[in-house]
Design a protein around this ligand. Structure first.
Ligand code: FAD
Length: 468
């Protein structure tokens, strides 16, 4: 009987791996350690839960502990893996009954990422939130809920009791600050404004959502301002101040009184657990893996937000922490561990974002410096075209940027923004990148046309025609 497959982390990557391995090899013992009470929860839905668009905290949960158990997986919540000994092939675990060792035959590190708060002073004050944990997400929702709208079912889940009474009993906030204009900051601006809060968004650079490029950034900033968000671009937050609870944001431009602060300045791979194990890390700080998710240490795999992947366009390692990436890599590793090797797949960095009514998408390499570093000579064009036939109701201006290599015409990446189903159009470009298409080949794609859905020349085709 082989030693167990031990998984560290009970969310997207970890449970995908455990489930797949158990399905393919029911005889294999599969053990999952999760340090929190929560498993299989949707980070991605948290801003919409805070907004109130998702009714209940329980709606963010996918697999329950009972369902994991029914899959034959030995799940241990509230168990933190403290260290890994690759020589002896065991992990040291801290659980409610103390510490113990667990040996493994194969080990998966699926420890995700952690929210950055440093180097801003005052992030330890009360009423400073990050959007990474179920409890604080529930507290934030409770804080925003007016007493006459309080509904206990919004905080109920099948297996964790969440006490938010303290926040429900308080006077709801009227002014919020968001530190960071990345996708979490923008999604939370929508949540705060929809709750009627005066909302200040601070972003160190001149545009929000830098990975989406200048053209999308410009449209997002216009959208934020139209929605009444007070945008402070080019403004770094020096500190958060308050006596126990945050009540002020300090910048070089002055001081802003606030009732709460949401910090969304990025994440880092959560890799401390394996720092002294001989496992190698990439330049990104995430764990280096091969095409099957194997780390540089025998029998130890890594997947999800803690690991790198190979970029489809450059062929180089890249760190792009996203949901599908984690689920797909975990699933592939589960199959590999079960004896049927499956590559973890590459990434193009395809991402979509909703900023109020504006939909945005990005894929591939759109930053010129990154393109040059990868050996390309980038060239780009930005166009704005209608999303439907001009005469058809709902037609909306759609902004597309395509980036290509000047010499070969190879498509390197693209971005899109518009209010009429713009985001999902990015999948066409992601598919083109996967097929190493040139811009001319993109222009020749036989994309669908009918007035309610698209003009004769889809905005992507218009952009390709201009760039070719
Ligand atoms: P995680 O989901 O972080 O899970 C890691 C788990 O490991 C955690 O439960 C943690 O408690 C546990 N753990 C850590 N250390 C230990 C230890 N030592 N012992 C035991 N357990 C441990 N992605 C998208 O593609 N689209 C989106 O729209 C999107 N929106 C997002 C919105 C927000 C607010 C956030 C925060 C993320 C969003 N993401 C989105 C990213 C997506 O949620 C992540 O890429 C995905 O959750 C990564 O899964 P993972 O399993 O690698 O890590």
């Amino acid at each position: 009987m082989s030693q167990p497959f031990v998984v560290v982390g009970g969310d997207a990557a970890g449970l995908s791996a455990a489930s797949k391995c158990k399905r393919e090899d029911p005889e294999r013992e599969v053990i999952v350690y999760e340090k929190s009470e929560w498993i299989s929860y949707a980070h991605c839905g948290m801003p919409y839960y805070v907004k109130g668009e998702v009714d209940s905290l329980g709606d963010l949960l996918s697999l329950s502990p009972r369902e994991v158990d029914e899959r034959g997986i030995d799940l241990h919540r509230n168990h933190e893996v403290l260290s890994v000994d690759p020589e002896e092939q065991h992990v040291r675990v801290h659980g409610p009954d103390g510490e113990f060792e667990q040996s493994y035959g194969d080990l998966l590190i699926a420890t995700g990422a952690r929210a950055l708060v440093a180097p801003i002073e005052g992030t330890d004050l009360a009423d400073v939130f990050t959007m990474h944990h179920m409890h604080s997400t529930a507290q934030l929702r409770a804080f925003l809920t007016p007493p006459d709208e309080a509904d206990e079912s919004a905080f109920e889940t099948d297996y964790v009791d969440v006490d938010v009474t303290e926040y429900l009993d308080r006077e709801p906030p009227t002014t919020a600050a968001i530190v960071g204009g990345g996708y979490v900051g923008v999604e939370m601006a929508e949540a705060f404004r929809s709750r009627g809060l005066e909302t200040h968004l601070y972003q160190r650079s001149d545009r929000p959502v830098p990975p989406f490029g200048d053209a999308v950034g410009q449209r997002v900033s216009e959208t934020l301002e139209e929605a009444g968000v007070e945008c402070h671009f080019g403004t770094a937050v020096n500190s958060l101040e308050g006596n126990g609870r945050v009540d002020r944001v300090e910048t070089d431009d002055g001081s802003q009184a606030v009732d709460l602060v949401l910090v969304g300045i990025g994440i880092r791979p959560n890799t401390q657990l394996v720092e002294d194990t001989g496992i190698e890390f990439g330049d990104s700080g995430a764990i280096r893996i091969d095409e099957y998710g194997r780390t540089t240490v025998e029998s130890v795999y890594a997947a999800g937000d803690c690991a790198e992947k190979t970029h489809t366009v450059t062929g180089d390692p890249a760190w792009v922490p996203l949901g599908l990436t984690a689920n797909r890599a975990g699933r592939a590793i589960g199959q590999t561990v079960a004896g049927d090797p499956e590559p973890v797949g590459e990434i193009a960095g395809t991402a979509v974002l909703k900023a109020f009514e504006l939909e945005c998408g990005r894929t591939g390499i759109t930053d010129f410096d990154a393109a040059r570093e990868a050996g390309f000579d980038p060239v780009a064009e930005t166009i704005t075209a209608g999303s439907r036939s001009g005469y058809y109701p709902g037609n909306a201006e759609t902004t597309v940027t395509l980036v290509a290599d000047r010499e070969t015409g190879q498509l390197l990446g693209g971005t899109i923004a518009g209010e009429d189903r713009a985001a999902i159009r990015i999948n066409t470009l992601a598919t083109a990148l996967e097929s190493d298409m040139t811009v001319s080949e993109v222009e020749r794609l036989d994309l669908a046309y009918a007035p309610p859905f698209s003009p004769v020349w889809d905005p992507l085709l218009v952009a390709a025609k201009v760039l070719r």
